[in-house]
Ligand binder design. Structure first.
Ligand SMILES: *Cc1c(COP(=O)(O)O)cnc(C)c1O
Length: 295
């Protein structure tokens, strides 16, 4: 039953605190999103409490695999695949739900480093009404070709535009994207139905106002965004997701032209948000929102 691509997954991390104990960050959100993906892919939903307990039990059993270096973590990957041994087209009758885990080093060695991103001109990732909102393998399969092409041109990731008009910004690879205006306003594409609703994105939208930043979710036209980068109105751009937390973008390439952001340097807003979020994750900053589940 692998043929018809009923596959979903999640990605979260376990963080080692200085006192040796272990933190999970908003794991209930991963468990909920897993079920939303399951529903969309006509797969069975998993009892949320059981799923969370399974994640906690696995981390407890594997606790010696949670590294203690700052920035490192145990990456946890809940997965579900279709397993019926039949070829007839339709939803599988059987599924395997499993969780794998593996230690992950710090994403950035020696501080946050900006990446170069290329805006997809020819290829599209997901369409409204499709499965872009679900964390399902097919979305990645659909994006690999374009990713490989931009890597050959010296960029590290693809920025996707909407599939209907090819005008509006959606997200980057496995990250959502944020633009900072004049060092104080954080703008991110609204959830359009084809964007993956990131937990890091949601955490930033919740956290940023408490740090004195304005936030807004809206439709973002690529041409307007590039003009605002060129005029200096946009002072920072960053991707956000569980893997890197915050990934500053120093260059946006589109139609043969590079648009450099903040002199290709990591900005203050990116750094502040990174420090605050990782501080909460590693237990060195106050968990004001009750996001931590300790093990
Ligand atoms: C997982 C993922 C994200 C980021 O989600 P987080 O919950 O913040 O890790 C963004 N975009 C895509 C396509 C993803 O698969």
């Amino acid at each position: 039953m692998f043929h018809y691509s009923q596959e979903i997954f999640e990605g979260l991390k376990a963080y080692r605190k200085a006192d040796g104990s272990i933190n999970l960050f908003r794991p209930q959100e991963n468990v909920k999103r897993f079920n939303r993906s399951a529903k969309r892919m006509v797969m069975p939903e998993v009892n949320e409490e059981d799923h969370l307990q399974a994640i906690k039990t696995l981390v407890e059993l594997d606790q010696n695999w949670v590294p203690s270096q700052h920035g490192s973590s145990l990456y946890i990957r809940p997965t579900m695949i279709a397993t019926s041994a039949k070829l007839g087209l339709g939803a599988s009758a059987n599924y395997c739900h499993y969780i794998i885990a593996g230690p992950a080093g710090s994403y950035f060695k020696g501080g946050l480093t900006p990446i170069s991103v290329h805006v997809a001109d020819k290829y599209r990732r997901a369409v409204k009404g499709g499965v872009g909102e679900a964390k399902t393998g097919g979305n990645y399969a659909a994006s690999l070709y374009a990713s490989e092409e931009v890597v050959k041109q010296g960029y590290s990731q693809v920025l996707w535009l909407d599939a209907v008009e090819g005008k509006y910004i959606e997200e980057v690879g496995a990250m959502n994207i944020c633009f900072v205006y004049e060092g104080k306003r954080i703008v991110t594409p609204e959830l359009s139905g084809s964007i993956l609703p990131g937990i890091t994105r949601d955490s930033i939208l919740t956290l940023a106002p408490t740090l004195g930043y304005e936030i807004s979710e809206q439709r973002l036209n690529i041409e307007e965004i590039l003009a605002d980068i060129d005029s200096g109105k946009i002072t920072e751009v960053f991707g956000c997701g569980t893997a890197a937390v915050i990934s500053p973008v120093g260059n946006l390439g589109f139609k043969g032209k590079d648009h450099i952001i903040n002199n290709n340097k990591t900005g203050e807003v990116s750094t502040k948000l990174y420090d605050e979020l990782t501080g909460i994750q590693y237990g060195t900053r106050e968990d004001k929102f009750g996001w931590i589940v300790s093990i």
